[in-house]
Design a protein around this ligand. Sequence first.
Ligand SMILES: Cc1ncc(COP(=O)(O)O)c(C=O)c1O
Length: 507
Amino acid sequence: MGSLQNQKPENASTGATIKPLDPEEFRRQGHLVIDFLADYYKNVEKHPVRSQVEPGYLKERIPDSAPYEAEPIEEILRDVQKDIVPGITHWQSPNYFAYFPSSGSIAGFLGEMLSTGFNIVGFNWMSSPAATELETIVMDWLGKMLKLPSEYLFSGGGGGVLQGTTCEAILCTLVASRDQMLKKIGRENINKLVVYGSDQTHSAIQKAAQIAGINPNNFRAVATTRVNEFGLTADALRATIESDIESGLVPLFLCATIGTTSSTAVDPLGPLCDVAQEYGIWVHVDAAYAGSALICPEYRHFLDGVEKANSFSFNAHKWFLTTLDCCCLWVKDPSALVKALSTYPEYLRNRASDAKQVVDYKDWQITLSRRFRSLKLWLVLRSYGVANLRKFLRSHINMAKNFEGQIGMDKRFEVVVPRNFATVCFRISPIEIGGGNQQMVTKEEAANNFNAKLLESINESGKIYMTHAVIGGVYVMRFAVGATLTENRHVNLAWKVVQEHANALLM
Ligand SMILES: Cc1ncc(COP(=O)(O)O)c(C=O)c1O
């Protein structure tokens, strides 16, 4: 590495002129990078899944200022292998079962490459007509695959947009609903607006409420219970709304979830939307993880009721073979988004926009500049087709069933909440652990502590990686199947690893 080279004076010769976009050099270096990644995938299983480095590890390995002279790609790739790979948690490993997946695919990567290769900045139609038009077409394709009601499609007066993440999608829909409401009740009443979710809703909603200027006292995380499998009930929502109205507040926005982050619980859309409609509340449906599975007819029923909601989103970058970032958002009323998010400075004016003949996606999102994300989604949909995508999702669901079946055969363990998709929430049962009367520690607390210790010992081994959640006070290990390379043999191995570590700790 050229750390000493950056000592050179400003006027020193830098050797040959660089040609940052020379086509032949691009071809040569591009092949080297593809070869590097192909080898990475070939060997990904050999790495400890969760990175084992300590905080600050990279500072010890990398110079503290940029090189003055150019360095060859071969040397840079050697350093990627030596210094960067150890600090990577291998989300693409077949032994990765943590958080939710980030399922990669050849089509996803190559689509990303094409998009990065063209390197356009598609803020409005004029800035690259293909980027806008492909996005509108692909969003209608995908909407039809999900059997979204026609009002969500361009062909039915609504429309879809690719955002970076669900956090952005929720923020955009929240500000659209906020401005709609404030137009009715006056901007001076912003402090009265109330946002609803459940205690299982992703923190994205709380962040969005903070950014959108909602009074921090007016964010409601309505309690869920085990009896309702941690779904938000219409009765609990109604009671909260009624109490807010009695206090003079104005209900604004509900975020309902299909597949919550902790346990993949599903909020009952139909009944929740009925309540929301009564009070004029905007309903956003967040299916960040589970949305992918809804393209399978046997899971589509979870979406029943979406016809009464206002917006729906899911992350194609989670479990849909599309590389990060790619959140698909549909709205029934795009004009609500546009009213809240559009600006039209002179330097962006053009004939197509003036004539309102086109979609200008800059007005459907937070930022101006935007990536050509539809290209990768288009490649994924075309390269695999609906049939293979369904097969892929079902294979993961079947692997999760297999894991669940193995848990069922070992009396020491229990599945804590019913499995809806390909994520299993389980633990060693408190009965196995005993204890519970020393030092004021209850049986449940003892079980929570034990399961946390068990999970850490499993993850430290580097053989598999799982993460945890606390649901209704119960600490669970989450086994989320979804990495593209995972096969049943990895699931079987994972179960063995769990048992071995449990045996050692229970001894
Ligand atoms: C249900 C749910 N909503 C929202 C998010 C946040 O997604 P993003 O990181 O795309 O903002 C997640 C992330 O896992 C999630 O599970």
